[in-house]
Design a protein around this ligand. Structure first.
Ligand code: PMP
Length: 403
């Protein structure tokens, strides 16, 4: 009989990459847990797509109910898109309008179009190991894809905000360099938790000068909240809020529908006005009633079950526990977005594999892949955090013994 791996190889694009040498074959999920075909349970501490936990009954019910009633597109009137936009926009402290898409990449792609339309500029500034999407324009601003994808000639990279460095100074130099090449800056894009750069969260406020610099050069500021949004960072609904800045545009995705594909771009009304009056935007599936029902139920669960507060308390507890391991050089992050820095990528890879063998799923990130990236569902309990922490300890011990 052909194995599932052979079938995949035969049927799917070779662009797909699996996690682990011995990949997981999953059957079901519930809460923070995943179960594989052998009946083994895994604590999912990596998936930033299910803030409410896998298959949350209230969200499943909302998707089913709307699927049974109506699913169509945004060129007819329906209430649910407005009910959701109302609830979503109420989480921002400034006036804004929403455009819905199917993926974070589409949201960032749209932001690029808007920024270029509004500013007349082309130049885009991103961090050195950023990831912003799969479309050709967002891949061009995603240096983490490596050398196989060329950065656009209009793209400049800046060092991530490693502790003590002046992030805004990098942005100012990039602006000077763009001008030297005759390119007008269109925008600065920042994943506000710097997920693929290696998770940089402190000190809160370091974005203020950078945002001022890009605005001074006539460009816009896009906060990519695909990773950091919807309460994950614990103290605020949105990652940029920790830094006391007000973006021109905010892209949303991953956790927005607790697994259902729904994403979007939120813009200040003056920013979207000029683009929207000149250019028609229709995204066949973006903002469809079922997507909106999924997003609405997800937001309600995040708010009603106090998941942001839970991310703060359990995240703070977990980070304190992890900081006790002397082989972890640094523990960074906010809420339940945690980066734990090891000395090298090989060690991190061994830890990730040893943890899987002990029933906990995480991964590594950063340019050297030496940062353990830990992003459990926001429902994580203190007991589950203890288990995760114990497994990190056991995995570290075995991985270090093999160094
Ligand atoms: N921005 C960031 C910061 C991301 O992490 C991702 C996905 N990993 C994206 C954008 C793209 O989102 P999607 O995969 O939904 O297109």
């Amino acid at each position: 009989m052909t194995s599932i791996l052979e079938r995949r190889q035969k049927l799917l694009s070779p662009s797909y990459r699996l996690f682990y040498d011995d990949p997981l074959h999953l059957l079901s999920g519930r809460g923070a847990w995943l179960t594989d075909v052998h009946g083994h349970r895994f604590l999912d501490a990596y998936n930033n797509v299910v803030p409410a936990g896998h298959c949350h009954p209230r969200i499943v019910a909302a998707i089913v109910a709307q699927t049974e009633r109506l699913n169509t597109h945004t060129r007819y009137l329906h209430d649910i898109i407005l009910d959701y936009a109302d609830a979503l926009l109420a989480t921002f402290s400034f006036p804004a309008q929403a455009t819905f898409t199917c993926s974070g990449s589409e949201a960032n792609d749209l932001a690029i179009r808007i920024a270029r339309h509004i500013t007349g500029g082309e130049g885009i500034i991103v961090t050195e190991n950023a990831y912003h999407g799969v479309t050709s324009t967002t891949a061009e601003i995603s240096p983490s894809l490596g050398k196989s994808v060329n950065l656009g000639a209009h793209v400049r990279t800046v060092p991530p905000p490693v502790a003590g460095t002046d992030f805004a100074a990098g942005v100012r130099s990039a602006i000077v360099d763009l001008h030297r090449h005759g390119i007008r800056p269109a925008m600065l894009v920042v994943d506000t938790i710097f997920s693929s750069d290696g998770v940089f969260s402190e000190p809160a406020g370091f974005l203020i000068d950078a945002v001022e610099a890009i605005r001074g050069a006539g460009g816009l500021f896009l906060a990519d909240e695909v990773q950091s949004g919807f309460g994950r960072t614990g103290t605020h609904m949105w990652g940029f809020e920790r830094h006391g800045v007000e973006p021109d545009m905010i892209s949303l995705g991953k956790p927005m529908g607790n697994g259902y594909p729904v994403a979007g771009l939120v813009c200040r009304p003056d920013v979207i006005k000029k683009f929207g009056s000149n250019i028609r935007y229709f995204n066949t599936f973006g903002g469809n009633p079922v997507a909106m029902a999924a997003a609405m139920a997800t937001l309600c669960v995040i708010q009603d079950e106090n998941l942001m507060q839970n991310a703060h308390s359990v995240g703070t507890y977990l980070r304190t526990q992890l900081a006790r391991y002397k082989h972890i050089k640094d523990v960074r992050g906010a809420g339940l977005f945690i980066g734990a820095e090891l000395t090298n990528g090989q060690l991190a890879s061994r830890v990730v594999n040893e943890m899987r063998a002990r029933g906990v799923l995480i991964n590594a990130s950063g340019p050297n892949e030496n940062i353990l990236k830990i992003r459990p569902p926001l429902i994580l309990s203190n007991e589950q955090a203890d288990m995760l922490n114990d497994v990190v300890g056991a995995a570290l011990e075995v991985a270090l013994a093999n160094e």
